[in-house]
Design a protein around this ligand. Structure first.
Ligand code: C2E
Ligand code: MG
Ligand code: MG
Length: 609
């Protein structure tokens, strides 16, 4: 930061005060002029003061067109003039010297370095002249000082100027340094608070302020588009985080290039970009966004390779008088809807979505309380060997009856639990309760019965998971090979080596692993080869489908594969005789479904002895 910049700032700060001082000075000069008329002071001083009052008054009236620095220079010049005349009249005993000093201090503090020097130079020359005039007796009331006294005074005045300049400028330099550092820090923290370091794009806060500033606190009608980069999570886990970062950087730069001046782009969260678009028609916004995505597909290239970046897209219109947080909530609701339903097109927010959003928020709030208070219960559904009719296993399934929401379907609350990242704590409750029930289950279905528990992918790879399971097995003395964990193929979006190592530890503890809902998730027959599993559960949707030759061929192929790898094959969702016959005819005999029984509670009140 330069001295000039510093002075400019000081000047801008004191402008109002200077404007106030000028009329006061004018008034004081006028009053003293009048007072002099009634005193013994020579009348010429009254004229001088009157002229000064007039100059100040003129400056005041044209204050808006004169720069503050010029006003200060006028004040200082008048000061020197008055000082000179005062000195000329009274010599060293007059107020002239004091006025000179004051004007110098003012100049050095307020003006630029160059002007400060100039001002001190002028005052010094005047001082020299006045001293000599006094010495030569030219001054009206001069005391006729000696040359030595004059020399001492000149030297003292010179030292005063040197001291004034060195000290004030040293302080100014120091302040400049501090202000420079402070400004840098302010800029840095401003950057950190308002920009995303990875992509250099404005962040959520910045977008919010931008929109609020552009439209005042209350928004007029315009559109906010949110683009959610879909495959980032998979990219992060399948490749690594730096690849994910590179993907975000490239996405940001392509979007920035494509959008240009059409709107304001920000990165509002991990994988979300928002665009405040300068269009006011819904159809044009949707058209623009679709066009953007098509173009994006053509332009996106990562590490020299063309990659497919897919987005969930949502749009919401700001209502007149609404503030930003409402607009953002609306667009997020539309986005959540797009995500939940896997919609590949732009979803525009509407009132129906809002109702769904409110309902979802309510469900989430209640789920948090329910997990916290552990109010879920367990039911067990039989898995039957259809050849012998014997119950070979039971699957533990959670149930929840909320005081406010009533019975909530597991599909809904399990989904909420996963979204809210409560899988681990919820899963621990399920494990603990089902393991505790195992003796009763053995009493009911025979000692050989196996217990199947659903485990979410996040729970599986959570810290201390195997320790927790091991602790329960010891606590309830559960025999080797009696527990099986049902895991969906989604587990493969997590680090594969980690998943495999957890599988290994579980097998070591005598726990069997079943691939649940086979054929619906990140389906890949490759999982049958790469993962060390014990059983495959064919998803109920295949059981319910119309029994076509193509479906049959596919199911037979799965059966041949499981046979070849020595895996058990289970069918779930079998409800009718016909479904039972169909699935048995492809060689799958272990059946779970309403045909054999719905999930049931263990007998209440019966305790294990
Ligand atoms: P899942 O693990 O595939 O469980 C089987 C689901 O199919 C159960 O639904 C069961 O009631 C249902 N089902 C079984 N046979 C039939 C049938 O013949 N007809 C019909 N219509 N349905 C049948 P439910 O209990 O609603 O559970 C849904 C999903 O919720 C489960 O699918 C599982 O993924 C998840 N879930 C349930 N309880 C838990 C739990 O304690 N922990 C975890 N992580 N997930 C759970
Ligand atoms: Mg299951
Ligand atoms: Mg299933």
């Amino acid at each position: 930061m330069s001295q000039v910049f510093y002075n400019k700032r000081i000047l801008s700060r004191i402008e109002e005060r200077v404007n106030l001082i000028i009329p006061i000075a004018s008034l004081v000069a006028l009053l003293s002029s009048v007072a002099i008329l009634y005193s013994t002071i020579p009348v010429r001083f009254a004229y001088i003061d009157a002229v000064v009052a007039l100059i100040f008054a003129t400056v005041y009236f044209v204050r808006h067109v004169i720069h503050t620095e010029t006003k200060l220079m006028i004040i200082i010049s008048i000061g020197y003039g008055v000082g000179f005349l005062s000195f000329a009249d009274g010599g060293f005993s007059s107020a002239g010297l004091t006025i000179f000093m004051m004007c110098n201090v003012l100049a050095v503090l307020m003006l630029s370095r160059k002007r400060g020097f100039l001002s001190s130079g002028i005052s010094f020359v005047l001082f020299l002249m006045l001293g000599l005039m006094d010495y030569w007796g030219w001054i009206r009331n001069g005391y006729g000082i000696t040359l030595a006294k004059w020399a001492v005074n000149v030297l003292m005045y010179f030292l005063f100027l040197i001291f004034l300049h060195t000290s004030v400028y040293a302080i100014k330099e120091y302040l400049l340094e501090i202000i420079g550092k402070l400004e840098l820090n302010v800029q840095k923290s401003h950057y950190l608070a308002y920009f995303d370091r990875l992509t250099d794009l404005p962040n959520y806060e910045c977008l919010k302020e931008h929109i609020n500033e552009e439209h005042g606190q209350k928004l007029s009608s315009q559109y906010l588009v949110v683009l959610n980069l879909r495959n980032l999570r998979t990219v992060n886990s399948v490749y690594n985080e730096s690849f994910g970062d590179a993907m975000l950087i490239e996405t940001a730069s392509v979007l920035r290039r494509l959008i240009g001046g059409d709107g304001y782009l920000a990165r509002v969260s991990g994988n979300e970009f928002a665009l405040w678009i300068r269009l006011s028609e819904e159809a044009s916004v949707v058209e623009y966004t679709n066009h953007l995505l098509t173009q994006f597909g053509e332009k996106f290239e990562l590490e020299g390779v063309r990659k497919k970046a897919e987005f969930y897209c949502a749009v919401a219109r700001s209502g007149i008088g609404e503030d930003f947080s409402i607009l953002y909530k609306k667009v997020q609701t539309a986005l959540a809807y797009a995500k939940r339903n896997g919609i590949n097109e732009v979803v525009v927010f509407n009132q129906k979505l809002e109702a769904a959003y409110v309902e979802r928020e309510r469900l989430h709030d209640r789920v948090k309380v329910a997990v916290d208070e552990d109010v879920f219960t367990l039911v067990y559904q039989k898995q039957v060997n259809s050849n012998t009719g014997q119950v070979v296993g039971v699957e533990a399934l959670s149930r929840w009856e909320d005081v406010e929401l009533g019975q909530v379907s597991p599909a809904l609350f399990i989904d909420a639990i996963e979204i809210l990242n409560l899988d681990v704590i919820f899963g621990q409750h399920v494990l603990r309760r089902s393991f505790a029930d195992y003796r009763l289950l053995q009493e009911k279905y025979g000692s050989e019965v196996k217990l199947a528990v659903n485990i979410s992918p996040k729970q599986l790879i959570s810290e201390h998971f195997t320790d927790y399971v091991g602790g329960l097995i010891d606590q309830y003395a559960i025999e080797h090979g009696r527990i099986s964990f049902e895991i969906t193929e989604d587990v493969m979006i997590h680090e594969q080596t980690l998943v495999k190592s957890v599988f290994e530890q579980l097998k070591h503890m005598g726990i069997r692993i079943s691939l649940d809902d086979f054929g619906t998730g990140y389906s890949s027959l490759n999982h049958l080869v790469s993962l060390d599993i014990d059983a495959v559960k064919i998803d109920k949707t295949f059981i319910w489908q119309h029994n076509t030759p193509r479906l049959r061929t596919m199911l037979e192929m799965i059966r041949r594969l499981t046979d070849a790898y020595g895996l058990e094959l289970v069918a779930e969702g079998v409800e009718t005789e016909e479904q039972l016959e169909n699935i048995r005819s492809i060689g799958c005999y272990i059946i779970q479904g309403y045909y054999y029984g719905k999930p049931e509670r263990l007998e209440e009140g019966k305790e294990f002895k």
